[in-house]
Design a protein around this ligand. Structure first.
Ligand SMILES: Cc1cc2nc3c(=O)[nH]c(=O)nc-3n(C[C@H](O)[C@H](O)[C@H](O)COP(=O)(O)OP(=O)(O)OC[C@H]3O[C@@H](n4cnc5c(N)ncnc54)[C@H](O)[C@@H]3O)c2cc1C
Length: 491
């Protein structure tokens, strides 16, 4: 008997992961990808001897990746190696203080007390609560589809749901941090975790305090070869498991007959399958692949997550005071978020993230030089003049770094590429270039993301950063697992 056919649209991290899962489950799987290579946001750019990751730069929760390789019966070490970082990030404050988020708790506690004056026990207690929240509630919410009745009947789910403290639902992340910490520096460091899903700490629910657990308790990691190694490893595993790939293949439609997904249209030709999984932004899927304007408009009305302007700079000097991950904080974080989410503009004193993988691998920059991935959070695209905004931001970034590093960076830039929200949108079909789909600034948006299946169309499933449980590599991998299990139980 022939095995059932599955079509995956898109080869982002979740598309690759679900392709592997379904292939292992016995499906004949074909992935159709509009770009010439796999990876989606998880891609690479090379120029003048420099190599830059263009999307994600922080790798957390490698157990999710390992789980996928275990599921496929393969030894992950044959595909990718990664190591834990001693410190996940070095923070630079406008008052000249610095703070390393060491993964070693004793070191972190000592650093906290000595460098920013935050009592060690506050940090340790916070991280303990974050771990409890993740274990008691997070694991159940993040690993199951919230829109399936079967989930709500699970004992663990009922237990988790009833254990949610109302305070965590009704206070914002910033309010929670103001009660947990005594110093502005600690509040700012922990507020920043809201940006991990493109949200505003002054609006999003304090339940998002589970995010620091993933980085600071479970650890931050660096994959050998850079983030692109994750795409490469998933692609290699998919090939090994028999997944077929068709690149430069922009899918035009999803074929639906009597509310059943029956395949796709590519190059004006029908290609049939038993199930279809969209790894593409949900708005794009409804608007362009299903021609469902009503659903597309419903998504369009929701507030988008933030986007980014990224400067890829080849720097002809090395900066020993900087690490792999560095943050140069804004002097007024609240005003920065107000500018991004309410004024939908770029802030004059932006928080600057600088990722330098040549700190880990000599091959990523010419000898004696560094590859700087400089990222600024900006609003999703709503028609702003991005060329003008990028030029303004570049000047502000250079001015700020000159002040904080005591060095003029501009003459050191020997190669440059600028990535703006419209480019992120065009490359990956992300609506408005939003990095994580809709923001988690409201409780509803934070907890009820788009389901992993279609309620109207049988045999149509969704995975990736715009659906449950959320954006970022670990959650995208979880969405693929949820879809794999759903397909198994339903077909
Ligand atoms: C600048 C930036 C920084 C980030 N930083 C981090 C970080 O540090 N850590 C982290 O964990 N996450 C980070 N993220 C988020 C993370 O990259 C995403 O959540 C994740 O990679 C999204 O994966 P996905 O599976 O949703 O697919 P995507 O990467 O969104 O890929 C979707 C794929 O679908 C394809 N496609 C679109 N339309 C079609 C069509 N019609 N036909 C066929 N194929 C189509 C696209 O070409 C693309 O390859 C960052 C993202 C960006 C952009």
């Amino acid at each position: 008997m022939h095995s059932k056919k599955a079509i995956i649209i898109g080869s982002g991290v979740a598309g690759l992961a679900v392709a592997i899962r379904l292939s292992v489950q016995g499906y004949t799987v074909t992935v159709y990808e509009k770009n010439a290579e796999p990876g989606g946001k998880l891609s690479i750019y090379k120029k003048d001897g420099y190599s830059f990751d263009t999307g994600p730069s922080l790798f957390t929760d490698p157990d999710e990746l390992k789980d996928l390789f275990d599921f496929a019966g393969e030894d992950i070490e044959a595909y990718i190696s990664y190591r834990q970082l001693a410190s996940s990030c070095k923070y630079f404050f406008v008052n000249g203080k610095t703070f390393n988020t060491w993964i070693d708790k004793e070191k972190l506690a000592q650093e906290s007390a000595e460098k920013i004056g935050e009592p060690a026990q506050n940090i340790l207690q916070y991280l303990q609560k974050s771990a409890q929240l993740y274990e008691n509630i997070g694991t159940v919410f993040l690993n199951n589809s919230l829109q399936k009745k079967s989930t709500w009947k699970k004992k663990a789910f009922i237990k988790a749901f009833t254990s949610v403290r109302p305070g965590l639902l009704f206070s914002t992340l910033n309010q929670y941090h103001e009660s947990a910490f005594t110093t502005g520096e600690a509040i700012q460091v922990f507020n920043r975790f809201a940006t991990y899903n493109g949200s505003n700490p002054y609006m999003c629910p304090s339940m998002l305090s589970i995010i620091p657990h993933v980085e600071l308790n479970k650890g931050a990691f660096y994959p050998k070869g850079g983030m692109i190694s994750i795409t490469d490893a998933l692609y290699k595993l998919a090939i090994k498991k028999g997944v077929q790939f068709v690149f430069s293949a922009p899918v035009q439609r999803i074929i639906c007959v009597n509310n059943n997904a029956k395949g796709i249209v590519l190059n004006n030709k029908n290609i049939f399958s038993h199930i279809v999984i969209s790894n593409v932004d949900t708005w794009f899927t409804y608007k362009n692949l299903l021609l469902d304007n009503r659903k597309a408009q419903h998504i369009e009305k929701k507030e988008k997550s933030s986007s980014a302007i990224v400067f890829l700079w080849g720097i002809k000097k090395q900066f020993p005071q900087m690490h792999l991950h560095n943050i140069f904080f804004s002097g007024d974080y609240k005003a920065e978020f107000k500018t991004i989410f309410q004024l939908k503009s770029v802030y004059k004193d932006p928080t600057i993230y600088v990722n330098i993988t040549s700190k880990m691998e000599d091959a990523h920059a010419p000898h004696g030089k560094e590859n700087w991935f400089v990222m600024i959070n900006v609003p999703a695209d709503s028609g702003q003049d991005w060329t003008k905004m990028a030029a303004f931001l570049k000047q502000q970034v250079l001015k700020k770094l000159r002040g904080m590093l005591k060095e003029d960076i501009e003459p050191l830039i020997e190669t440059e590429k600028i990535i703006m929200p419209p480019e992120i949108a065009a490359n990956t079909s992300a609506k408005n270039g939003a990095l994580y789909g809709i923001s988690s600034n409201t409780k509803r948006n934070a907890f009820l993301r788009h389901p992993n299946f279609s309620k109207e169309i049988n045999g149509l499933y969704f995975c990736g950063g715009t659906v449950h449980p959320g954006g970022g590599i670990p959650l995208c991998l979880k969405s693929a697992k949820i879809v794999g299990e759903m397909v198994k139980s339903e077909n």
